[in-house]
Design a binder for this molecule. Sequence first.
Ligand SMILES: [Fe+2]
Length: 411
Amino acid sequence: MPEPTSLIFDLLPEEIRQSSAIGAEVHLPPGMTLLELDKLTEKDKETLRQALFENQVIVIRKQKGIDATVLPNLAKIFDPSASDIHSAGEKAVSDPKNILSAYKAGRHPKAPQVGIIGSGKFQDYEGLKEIEVVHLDHTLFHEAPLSQDDLDNGYTRPYRWHMDTPFYERLPGEVTILHSIRIPNMPDQKIKFPGGKEKQIAAGATACKSKIRSLFSGARAFALLTPEEQEFAFNTTVTYAPQAYEYIRQCKASEDGLTIPSMGREVSTEQMSEWSWDKVAEHPMVWRNPMNPDRPFLQVHGCCVYKLTTRDPATGEVTVMDDVEQVRNVVYSMQRKIYAAENIYAHRWEEGDLVIFHNRGVMHSITGQLVKYKDDQDKRRMLWQCTMTSTSAPKPFREYGGVNDTGYVKT
Ligand SMILES: [Fe+2]
């Protein structure tokens, strides 16, 4: 086989991909060790886009030393309409009502679009005197967390499946980019799935054995629906709760992190920060994605849903479901089918990995229990995370009358 002269990719091995339809590794053009965007040809960029939009998650290995300012420009290869605003807002988050403040997420001094996440305290990092990052885990959010016995035996759960977007005032970015700066060596952890199957998280022979993100593909989730559910999904628009994360701030999730099983803890719309309907997110239930014109993606955040509007394409008749409990149940009955070991991809981190995931094509979740290691200097971990608000709304897979193309509730 002739030596490649340009950027190429191959799919991750079958035993890693399983039924997830996720995962490819990108190899930079010969002679390029760290990614240099200005040296990529148009064909290289097209190959990168193809690798991502077909496989939803791509990894470029050995990128230790890459400049933080490369990440926002890399994101724009996949989303030319991306703004330079981090999905969580322009500044580091100090508002205790904002979900990201729970992570104590800092920002990279050289690139405000790049957040610093992980676990533990770091001194004198890139000009920051001290930065403390907190790894959230399911015990903080699940209605019935794992027992101490299970935790001691190395089990974990996904915290909450989501896309990177606040569902209020800002639109989801096309991609999120993660870069691992420091990945400690830790024992494997396991997830139990319904039916008794287990998935080993972070197993492997490499020295770096920690994973904090699990992902599933919206295309795979759609493919698992019945024909009736698919038709319903094609014709339905999802309205998210006003100030969605404030609304669910005190709520507790199901074991799989996909929904909120009981009502009653929601923050009332009178008690939350100032809001208006024109900033509340409203998206089709099934999204059309770039370079996947024939592949529908079920993209719904099951914890933040508020209202479903369904239009019968034959008659034009519109049905509104605005009972939040019922809305959650309907979405959950569709989405829960994806929650099986073989459909979930968990990245096997190595230091220096640059991982790009298709934020509009997957749902992802923090996974792993790191809190017991938080004061252990050797177990600190750090990643950069670049997620930027897009300026164009997600497109419906099926155009239908009444669908909202702004990404927000029309007032
Ligand atoms: Fe996220």
